[in-house]
Design a protein. Structure first.
Length: 264
């Protein structure tokens, strides 16, 4: 008797699940199946979707274009445009850069021995550095990069701009906001985030920006201005001439990737 009851229940639930599947099943767009193999499967999120599967769905529904995927190789990008019947477009290449050059040249409040995560250190102590704006140097950005474009140098991350796709994962990971995306073609940048006055900067960092304004005065395109004691470059005005690099007394203005040599 028990066997008949269990058998009847099994049949009932089997029929119920079959009905539920037929009633509510949504057919997958076959175009998604063709799109997915062409995507990098990095799931970096730079496209605005939760992952490559979500991006494939957005492409199939005409809600975005292949140009939004920063990690696409050229051949796959071309194939995607053809598959979707779209005219091929290109977006300006963005790369991540480190707006701090302190590293071992910054005075430390205490030594970190156990914490190996920038976010954890920031949550507990804000910083172990005398400069509260400086890179914490524990490499959380390195571990967050899905493309292996970052390595930890001498207490500072170093970014390989040939590998960097501009996905922005490291920018989101950095609790100090010192990693920022910018146009790759704009090579000159000021590697400091401190808004402290010059005298305070000199006490804690051997290279930080003093806000002296020499770079502002020498720039022929008025591309640099002082914002709360910190020199800032407007990439839309900058033509990479490099005059500010030679003028800076602190040598905190660099040509990407991280070299203080003037542009040729």
């Amino acid at each position: 008797m028990a066997g008949l009851i269990l058998g009847g229940l099994g049949l009932f639930f089997g029929l119920f699940l079959t009905y539920f599947y037929v009633k509510f099943h949504v057919e997958e767009n076959p175009l998604i199946t063709s799109i997915l193999p062409l995507l990098p499967q990095a799931n970096c999120g730079a496209c605005g979707a939760a992952g490559c599967a979500g991006f494939a769905r957005m492409l199939a529904e005409g809600k975005t274009t292949p140009a939004k995927c920063v990690a696409l190789v050229a051949e796959n990008k071309k194939n995607l445009f053809q598959l979707l019947g779209l005219a091929e477009t290109e977006e300006a290449k963005q790369v991540a850069r480190v707006f701090c050059s302190g590293g071992p040249r910054v005075t430390r409040r205490f030594t970190v021995n156990t914490l190996m995560d920038c976010r954890a250190l920031h949550a507990l102590y804000d910083s172990h550095l005398a400069c509260s704006s400086g890179c914490l140097g524990l490499g959380s950005c390195v571990r967050s990069c899905p493309f292996g474009a970052i390595r930890l140098g001498e207490l500072l991350p170093e970014i390989d701009e040939d590998r960097c796709t501009g996905c922005g994962r490291c920018e989101k990971e950095c609790p100090k906001g010192i990693i920022r995306l910018g146009p790759k073609e704009k090579k000159v940048y000021i590697a400091c985030c401190s808004h402290d006055r010059g005298a305070s900067v000199m006490k804690v960092c051997q290279i930080g920006c003093l806000g002296c304004g020499k770079c502002v005065r020498v720039c022929p395109r008025q591309a640099i201005k002082l914002e709360n004691n910190l020199a800032v470059i407007d990439p839309d005005r900058c033509d990479n001439c490099g005059r500010c690099i030679t003028e800076c007394p602190r040598k905190v203005i660099f040509v990407a990737p991280a070299t203080s040599q003037p542009l040729a």
